[in-house]
Design a binder for this molecule. Structure first.
Ligand code: NCD
Ligand code: ZN
Length: 372
């Protein structure tokens, strides 16, 4: 990492940087969708990220079989702009009926990088998800054997009596019940706790201190907290799963990602929905952050006084966990404030509202860093 420090206020001994050069980052959790939406989202992803773990929750038909994986990957490559240097890392969507053999072979043959498990009903397009974790134990055995990671939507929807759990408590219940059992039943299964949102999740991952457990953290859970969302004039654009938690939890996430710990890595969970779906009641869950995610992560590291740890989080910890090489190419971010000026148009007539955009220009989120 090379950095250009300027001494802005020598008497305060505050070192500020106006430029930072790091290896090109990867996004270890992203939603690209399909068709016209894919075409709109992909260039914005490839702009900042060299690779991305592509989530398989397509609607109406998720990416379940190896044939689905191969075809979806081809559609992504076809939608890539010329000259883009981007590699989609494909995932299977786990169902109660997934084939252990097919999935393990898809990994060893190089078609897919990981498997995503959604508890049925937990989030957008999760109706085909797993209803009982025992149903997929054969798949986990096969994955553990070949070293294929399982990516967990780490929330429990219902308690043992079948009562629906409050959205603010779902991650905690998952950490108290499902995750410890999974880790003890499959001690060498590589697990990613996706989009961790609570101090309990941070504690769990830090206590485990294991090469078999990593966690992605989204940009929106770092930038916002529950009271910011409640004060917003358009809370539907802040609605996602897991929901945005309290300031205390936000603080724990900000400390974890900037700490230099190898267990946390960048995963935007950027989840585009047409504005028409976000304006419905209830709104679709998912925040579209990809247009400014990398810049905003940089901003968080700057605010925490930890720019020196940015590259580990964005570009080194993820590849290390997945057993891949970090990217060779370098990118530079410079201090140059901007705001998002419009929704993103989709060729089918839809539009997608990016995180930080507001119709009222004075209310737009100021993004301090810009990717050169
Ligand atoms: C995601 C989506 O829209 O696909 N939504 C979300 O709120 N994060 C699904 C997911 O990752 O949970
Ligand atoms: Zn997601």
């Amino acid at each position: 990492m090379s950095i250009l420090p300027i001494l802005r206020n020598a008497s305060d001994r505050i070192l500020e940087m106006d430029s930072i050069t790091i290896r090109k980052p990867d996004d270890w959790h992203t939603h690209l969708r399909d068709g016209a939406m894919l075409e709109a989202v992909l260039p914005l992803t490839a702009r900042a990220f060299r690779r991305a773990i592509v989530m398989p929750n397509l609607a109406p038909n998720p990416v379940v079989t190896t044939e689905d994986v191969i075809q979806y990957r081809e559609r992504i490559l076809k939608a890539l702009p010329q000259n883009a240097n981007f590699t989609p890392l494909m995932t299977y969507y786990l169902t109660d009926n997934s084939s252990a053999e097919e999935i393990a072979k898809g990994f060893t043959d190089g078609h897919a990088t990981a498997v995503k498990m959604y508890p049925a009903g937990a989030t957008t397009n999760s109706t085909h998800g797993v209803t009982n974790i025992q149903n997929v134990y054969k798949v986990f055995e096969a994955m553990q054997k070949v070293g294929m990671p399982i990516l967990l939507h780490g929330e429990s929807l219902k308690d043992l009596n079948g009562n629906v759990i409050d959205p603010y408590d779902r991650e905690k219940v998952f950490l108290d019940t499902t995750l410890p059992k999974l880790r003890s039943d499959f001690p060498e299964l590589k697990i990613v706790l996706e989009h961790a949102t609570t101090k309990d999740a941070i504690q769990f991952v830090q206590d485990a201190n294991s090469n078999f457990l990593g966690s992605t953290i989204t940009i929106h859970h770092l930038v916002e907290n529950k009271s910011v969302v409640e004060k917003s004039s358009a809370p539907q654009y802040h609605h996602c799963m897991p929901v945005i938690k309290s300031e205390e939890n936000q603080k724990a996430l900000r400390e974890a990602v900037t700490s230099g710990s190898p267990h946390f890595f960048l995963g935007t969970d950027s989840a585009p929905h047409p504005t028409t779906s976000k304006e419905k009641d209830p709104p679709a869950a998912g925040i579209f952050s990809i247009p400014s995610a990398l810049e905003l992560y940089t901003q968080v590291f700057e605010e925490m006084g930890k720019l020196e740890n940015l590259e580990a989080f964005t570009s080194l910890n993820g590849p290390r966990f997945y057993g891949l090489q970090p990217n060779d190419k370098m990118i530079t971010l410079t201090k140059s404030p901007w705001t998002i000026a419009s929704d993103v148009s989709v060729s089918n007539g839809d539009s997608i509202r990016p995180f930080g955009f507001d119709d009222d220009a004075t209310k737009r989120l100021v993004i301090n860093w810009k990717l050169s």
